[in-house]
Each structure stands twice: as structure tokens, then as C-alpha cells.
Ligand binder design. Structure first.
Ligand SMILES: [Zn+2]
Length: 552
């Protein structure tokens, strides 16, 4: 899941209003419909007309009629680059910049706009060894994701410092993190005050920890908003002790002020977790029904960055978990998906994306088109629900487990595993998948209608959280990195909406999680996933987590 950069702005229809040998001016359309002039000058960089800009585009208070590019927020910078160079391609792994004004542009300028500073020009030249130094109109320059400035989604990984609460379990962390906040109000409304500690960055220690945002774009936008509200000029160099104001509306449920509905619901759920008893499935896990799922596949590779892509690598982990369970336990195991070319064979090297994959419905459903990929997402839970319905004729409902494996592309400063559980308030009380979306598979009959009472939704989240805890613990014991700030989450915030992925939202397993194994945008995480040894260790840790959870 996740994207490096989405085109969240209008298609920028710019018009050229003036050009002379030493500068060019274009009028660019703002998200709200207004227009602002961008002036690109030979050897003097880029100026933006200040007056029409929305406040969220500015990083600091600027005087005069023009602001320099460097004084724009991440949101503002994205808008300028998109407006000025509408033909640039923003891919997950790289930006392809097309030279538009060869007499005004330079490698130095590209480095300063895309990489944070002109001094990075030599790295840019190294990444484009065949390009001539003298720019020509239409030349394509490749800016790898890792070279982009952090605000544009590049790797600016802040150093990892340990904090006292790092070793606590999820519940302990929530309590500790909450204790670091003070609730207050100013003329802009209610906020939670936080004092940044040594080694902490606004992105990871405030935004990712205290909000439900994880995507690079979302994290950057909220970091900019918080910086502005807190009177911080440069988000990259904030002194320890600086007062950070987090707007209340951006806080995750467990950090909401006293008396709010969201906080009350969260506390109720945590109490439910404490009351929930583990189910004993014995040492060989006999009587346990497990359905495994690997995200994406076929035409849909999922997220990609740093030379790898999601589908094949998470499928390989899924195959390893399946094999370990089949060889060492008596659990009944199925996978929702199969790659017909390699079957469930474990692979050490995965050189290129596998083109064919099918969901194991009756008949099998090939993921061979964009529409097929969208249908496939639903068929995974439809198939799982059908398998569970068959199991329940004799089996114990408490012994049903569903795990979906994914890898995400988050803000590059984020590292490690994140576990998603179905937040009780994001699961509908009933849902039916329209017959026309079910591709005519036989499993639609039993599996496509779901209904959960409020009690079941609460239990579903609590039981899944308890499993998440066991999983996180097992991963840590195997020295596998889990997300340092709240590794277990029950909601994702994206494009102004809160949601939980369909594959666990409509799933009737009593215990169900979606695991984001690693953050592909982070180079170290990507290198891990590429390594078959890591994938094996990961699979072993997952099985250890399953064993630990299904034990009293
Ligand atoms: Zn995914």
C-alpha cells in the first residue's frame, strides 16, 4: 500500500507569460483556483509570487512580494514543481525530469529543486552518466528516490535514538506517549502540546506516532501544518525542548482529549483486550484453521522502491509460512493466492516480477488486469469467508486466523513491520458484495455477505490486537525491526478518509491481521526484503507468533 507521491493537485495548466534570455515567467493555477506567477531566472533560482499562495504553502513568514523556492512547504514545493514541469514523471522509484528551458536550467538547479541543495549536483550527474552537461530541450534526467529531498519523499533518515518507552508493549506505549502530552487551547483551537526530545524528528516522533498518517505525502503535509502552527521555521532542525502544537483533530483516538467519543471508544476497546483470553490450540495447533494471503500479484506488483516490488517478495514470505506450518503443525492451512509458474516453491532469487497469479476461487480467478486486481481484493475475503464457513460446520470459531502479507512505501524515515487490525468503528455492521463484482465464482454464495454485531466488532479488534502483540513480540525476539511508534494500528488515514483494508474489514476470521512486513521506501528495509535469509527468519517469527498466541 502507499504511494511516494500522488498527483493531489490540479493538472497544472500553466501559461507562459513572459520569456527573455535571462528569465521565464509562467502563471500557475493554485489548488483553490487562483493563480500565482513563477519566475525562473538564470543562475538565480526560482521565485514565486507570494500574495496568492495559501498559507499552507509557506514554511516561514516571508517579507516582500516574492518568496524563494526554499521557503515553501513540502506541499508548496510539490505544486511548484508540478506546475513548472508538467511533463515530469513522478514514479515510485524515481522522478524523470524533462528539461524544458535548457538556457535557464542547469544540473545545479535540478539538484537544488529536487534534492534540497545545488551542491548535490555531482550525485545527480553520477546517476545520469550518459547525459551531457550542457542541457538540451527534452533531455530526460533521472532523480532516484533516495536522492530526493526528504520533503519530496526522499531518504533523509534521521538517526535512531532510544527512548525509555521503546521496550514497552503496545498498551504501555500508548500510556507513556499520552503522558508526554499536555492539552491546551489557543486562538486557532484545541491542541496537544509536546516537547521534542533529543534525537526525535517531527516526522517520526510526532506525526507518525500521534496521528493515523503514515504515507509520505500525508506525513509531510501534517508536519508542515504543525510546524507552522508551532512557529517553527525549519522542520529539519528543531531543537530538543521546542514546544510542538499538534491540532486535536489530527490526533489518533488514544491521544484525543478527555471526554471525547473517540477516546472513550479506544479505552473501551483496550479494556476488551485485557478481558480477552487466549485460545489454546495445543502444541501442534490441531483444530486451528489458518488462511494466508499475499497482497497483489499478477499484473499488480503493489508498491515498489529501491529496486524491489511488493508482490513476489511478500508471496515468498507467505509460501515460507505455509510450508513451516504444514511441516511442523497440525493446523489446517490454505492460501488465497497461487502463482501458477512457481507454485508454492520457495525462491532465493527473485530477479523479475512474476506475471501470472490467481485467486484460488472456483474457478480460479487470474489477476490479469487493473479491474481484475480490484475484484481480486474482494475475492480474497470472499474465499476466506467461504473456507471458514466450511470449517465451522465442525470446527471452533475461536480457532480461525487470517493473515495478509504486504509491504508498504511510507515516509522514508519509517522502518520495520506495521500490523493492521480491523478497528471496530471502521467495520460496517453488514455488507454484501454485489454479484456483479464477484466474477461469478462459486464462493460468492456463502462468502460475500457479512454481518457483525457491535460486540463481534469489538471482539474482532481485541482478539486481533492480542495476536498483533504476540506477533510483534516474536519478531522482536528474532531481532526483526518493528515500527518503533505504535506498531499495531487499527486505522489508516489517507486523502482525508479513515479506513481499514477490505481484506480484513469484511473477514469473518475471529483473528485477522494485515502485516506490512517492511517499508520499501527505506533502503535498509528494502535490502532486508530482498534477502531470502531474512524472509525465512521472518516466516519463522510469524509461526512463533501464531504458536505463542494460541496458547493459554
Ligand atoms: Zn500492499
Amino acid at each position: 500500500m502507499g504511494v511516494l507521491k500522488a498527483s493531489f493537485l490540479l493538472a497544472p495548466t500553466v501559461c507562459l507569460i513572459a520569456a527573455d534570455p535571462s528569465s521565464v515567467e509562467v502563471r500557475a493555477i493554485l489548488p483553490g483556483g487562483g493563480r500565482a506567477v513563477l519566475r525562473l531566472q538564470f543562475r538565480r533560482g526560482l521565485l514565486i509570487e507570494k500574495k496568492p499562495l495559501p498559507p499552507t504553502f509557506l514554511l516561514r513568514k516571508a517579507t516582500g512580494g516574492w518568496v524563494v523556492f526554499e521557503d515553501l512547504s513540502a506541499e508548496g514545493k510539490w505544486w511548484v514543481l508540478e506546475s513548472l514541469f508538467p511533463e515530469d514523471q513522478w514514479n515510485r522509484e524515481e522522478v524523470i525530469h524533462k528539461v524544458r528551458w535548457p538556457e535557464l536550467e542547469s544540473v545545479w538547479l535540478m539538484a537544488s529543486l529536487f534534492m534540497g541543495h545545488g551542491q548535490n549536483y555531482d550525485k545527480l550527474e553520477m546517476a545520469n552518466p550518459k547525459n551531457p552537461e550542457k542541457l538540451l530541450s527534452g533531455d530526460l534526467w533521472k532523480i532516484p528516490q533516495r536522492l530526493l529531498s526528504p520533503e519530496l519523499g526522499g531518504s533523509g533518515t534521521p538517526p535512531v535514538h532510544s527512548q525509555p518507552e521503546d521496550e514497552l508493549d503496545d498498551d504501555g506505549k500508548i500510556t507513556a506517549y499520552r503522558a508526554l502530552l499536555a492539552f491546551d487551547e489557543d486562538k486557532e483551537g484545541k491542541f496537544a502540546a509536546y516537547r521534542l526530545r533529543k534525537g526525535e524528528a517531527l516526522y517520526s516522533s510526532v506525526v507518525i506516532r500521534y496521528s493515523d498518517r503514515v504515507d509520505a505525502k500525508e506525513v509531510n503535509a501534517l508536519a508542515d501544518e504543525i510546524a507552522k502552527r508551532s512557529g517553527i521555521d525549519d522542520v529539519r532542525s528543531i531543537q530538543p525542548g521546542t514546544l510542538i502544537k499538534i491540532p486535536s483533530k489530527a490526533l489518533s483516538a488514544p491521544f484525543q482529549p478527555e471526554g471525547t467519543v473517540a477516546l472513550k471508544a479506544d479505552q473501551e476497546m483496550r479494556e476488551e483486550v485485557r478481558q480477552t483470553r487466549r485460545v489454546d490450540a495445543g502444541p501442534k495447533l490441531g483444530g486451528l484453521r489458518i488462511v494466508l494471503d499475499a497482497g497483489h500479484g499478477g499484473i499488480d506488483r503493489g508498491a515498489s522502491a529501491n529496486g524491489i516490488w511488493e508482490s513476489d517478495f511478500v508471496y515468498d514470505i507467505c509460501c515460507r509460512v505455509k510450508q513451516l506450518l504444514e511441516e511442523n503443525t497440525d493446523a489446517q492451512v490454505s492460501s488465497t493466492i497461487r502463482y501458477p509458474g512457481t507454485g508454492y516453491k520457495l525462491r532465493n532469487d527473485i530477479p523479475v516480477p512474476t506475471k501470472a497469479a490467481q485467486i484460488l476461487t472456483t474457478p480460479p480467478f487470474p489477476i490479469d488486469g487493473d479491474a481484475a486486481s480490484a475484484v481480486g481484493v474482494h475475492l480474497r475475503w470472499v474465499l476466506a469467508n467461504d473456507l471458514f464457513a466450511t470449517f465451522l460446520k465442525k470446527g471452533d470459531a475461536q480457532k480461525t486466523l487470517f493473515i495478509s502479507f504486504h509491504a508498504d512505501s511510507l515516509h522514508p524515515s519509517a522502518r520495520g513491520t506495521m500490523v493492521y487490525v480491523p478497528g471496530a468503528s471502521f467495520v460496517p455492521s453488514s455488507f454484501s458484495l454485489g454479484a456483479n463484482r464477484g466474477a461469478g465464482v462459486r464462493e460468492m454464495k456463502k462468502g460475500s455477505h457479512t454481518a457483525f454485531s457491535s460486540r463481534e466488532r469489538l471482539q474482532g479488534e481485541a482478539r486481533s490486537r492480542l495476536f498483533g502483540e504476540a506477533l510483534v513480540k516474536a519478531l522482536r525476539q528474532s531481532k526483526i525491526l518493528v515500527h518503533p511508534n505504535r506498531a499495531i494500528r487499527n486505522v489508516i488515514h489517507r486523502d482525508g478518509k479513515n479506513f481499514i483494508p477490505a481484506v480484513i474489514r469484511y473477514n469473518e476470521a475471529r483473528t485477522k491481521v494485515l502485516i506490512e512486513v517492511a517499508n520499501l521506501t527505506n533502503e535498509d528495509d528494502a535490502a532486508n526484503l530482498r534477502d531470502a535469509g531474512f524472509r525465512q527468519r521472518y516466516a519463522e517469527a510469524v509461526v512463533n507468533g501464531i504458536r505463542a498466541h494460541f496458547k493459554k
